[in-house]
Write a protein that binds this ligand. Structure first.
Ligand code: P6P
Length: 280
């Protein structure tokens, strides 16, 4: 596992430098889930592939930006699911973006996750790694990631990050989101799940939601590269992650690019989601 965490740090430094230099530019292609692929998406994917494909412990690489899994070596132990540059379209308006990693063993179900990590490329480059605890690092000018401490979610927070197109929300979902605002929650939503979920983790709690909508019934966010890693991280931080009905990490995808509705948050907010969804 150590060589994988080192490769995550190395790829983060290289992607951080690339974001600052390369224009966002479209490639004229779309990825397996229909997102327009930007040059930065492809470059970030290439960097991660270069950093990981030489590792003895890596068996397979599964990228949001590749239609098919990339077999690395039979003797490898881990399957790495990753989103190389989530929210890449936010780069050209200078908002924070991120890389997301799930390290799986013997399969790509939620229960197969052994470690999850993400990198936030913003005013600072920061790294969060979850194994038994959730550790928070910051990249220094010396090129080293320094440990800042552990991230933990409180029982109840103050931030509300409601994703999805509101006109396509179910009525009961809108009532749930509005009830949080009527109880004083602050809207914190940038359109980038990495900074949005990082903010809730760092500020001690709240709710991030990307529900099933009439236009995208299975949700937009991808299980293997986005939803499972953050579900793992939020649970290790003392919170929960559900799809509206059940625990996200109990899910098993039928395809590497499967998506799911998702709710990540502190225990109180998740209890409100469960109460709302079990009635509807
Ligand atoms: P919407 C970025 O494209 C992304 O995959 C996530 O980072 C983010 O949470 C979501 O999509 C934003 O989607 O529909 O709110 O623009």
């Amino acid at each position: 596992m150590e060589e994988i965490l080192s490769a995550i740090k190395e790829s983060a430094k290289r992607i951080c430098a690339t974001i600052k230099d390369v224009d966002v530019g479209k490639t004229g292609h779309t990825n397996a889930t229909g997102d327009t692929q930007l040059k930065l998406d492809v470059l970030s994917d290439q960097i991660i592939e270069e950093c990981f494909s030489s590792l003895q412990s890596v068996k397979t690489l599964i990228s949001e930006e590749k239609d098919e899994a990339l077999h690395v070596r039979d003797s490898g132990r881990y399957i790495i699911g990753y989103d190389p540059l989530d929210g890449s379209s936010l780069v050209d308006v200078n908002l924070s973006v991120g890389s997301i990693f799930g390290i799986y063993e013997d399969g790509i179900g939620g229960a197969n996750l052994k470690c999850a990590a993400y990198v936030v490329y913003g005013p600072r480059t920061e790294l969060v790694i979850a194994q038994e605890n959730v550790e928070h690092y910051r990249l220094g000018n010396d090129g080293e990631f320094k440990l800042l401490g552990q991230l933990k979610l409180g029982q109840k927070g103050k931030l509300n990050a409601p994703g999805g197109t509101q006109q396509h929300w179910p009525k009961f979902h809108k009532e749930l989101i509005d009830s949080l605002f009527q109880n004083g929650y602050r809207l914190r939503y940038s359109g980038g799940m990495v900074p949005d979920l990082h903010q809730i983790l760092c500020k001690g709690g709240g709710l991030f939601s990307y529900p099933s909508t009439t236009d995208v019934p299975k949700g937009k966010l991808r299980l293997v590269f986005e939803v499972f890693p953050f579900a793992f991280i939020y649970e290790k931080a003392g919170g929960q992650a559900i799809d509206g009905r059940g625990r996200i990490l109990d899910l098993i995808p039928t395809h590497p690019h499967d998506t799911s509705p998702c709710f990540f948050g502190s225990n109180y907010e998740i209890s409100q989601v469960i109460k709302t969804y079990e009635r509807n």
